[in-house]
Design a protein around this ligand. Sequence first.
Ligand SMILES: CC(C)(COP(=O)(O)OP(=O)(O)OC[C@H]1O[C@@H](n2cnc3c(N)ncnc32)[C@H](O)[C@@H]1OP(=O)(O)O)[C@@H](O)C(=O)NCCC(=O)NCCS
Length: 239
Amino acid sequence: MNLIEGAFPVERRVADTSSEPAKAPAPPAPASPAADESRPGRSWVPIRSLGPRHRERIVAHLVALDERARYLRFGYQANDAQIARYVDTIDFEHDEVFGIFNRRLALIAMAHLACRAADQKRGREANAEFGVSVLPLARRRGFGRRLFEHAMLHARNRGVVSIFIHALSENTAMLKIARDAGATVQRDGSESEAWLALPPDSFASHVDQFFGDRAAELDYRLKHHAFHVENLFKRSEKT
Ligand SMILES: CC(C)(COP(=O)(O)OP(=O)(O)OC[C@H]1O[C@@H](n2cnc3c(N)ncnc32)[C@H](O)[C@@H]1OP(=O)(O)O)[C@@H](O)C(=O)NCCC(=O)NCCS
């Protein structure tokens, strides 16, 4: 199946910027910025912004997904070539891509926020579509949820009014993350759409983003340093 025809809208949009977005239902009340802070057992997760230089690692992450995860992520069982094409079309200038790295510097979770600018002529406000994947070994540790919250924060801060998720109706985890954040979910047979209205940005939301991004960069540099020191030791032990 053709990548673009079979893909969820986020993948179709990156290849065809002229297509009209799906019509949004009336947005629900904006999510509270602090709505999730009451959840128990939450610890900080370093989430980095990714750029064009990360394309190879994004491909490596996505091709590591098994058939079922590819089906859930893309809406069909994307093969390696289709995944590579999708990653090629990610528009890092307009979209945002986030990632979580482990100690070995492998990208274990990533999210793509495909942003559509406001279009006053068509009466459209700025919105964004969210897509996410977490490697099997890293699932159920809250990474999917944290990536969604991170995307919400970044989207708010760039004036995005609502986030949209296109998921298969069987995707309990994704729909739970969306519902818990306050999204309205509309089921249409095997597919579902979730819409979440975002609160406007604030001084606090910009401060959160600023410090969160810098802390994640620092965390990555420390991991990078530790990883290379460890490799040096291993090599010197062998010689
Ligand atoms: C969907 C996905 C991103 C969730 O990632 P995750 O890191 O495992 O999710 P979290 O740990 O943040 O869990 C979020 C919630 O979903 C629940 N959940 C996670 N996996 C679940 C599953 N398989 N069945 C039922 N509930 C599940 C968790 O219990 C959690 O709820 P809780 O906090 O009330 O306990 C991950 O399963 C994945 O990569 N799936 C394949 C790709 C995909 O479906 N992408 C989404 C479409 S764009």
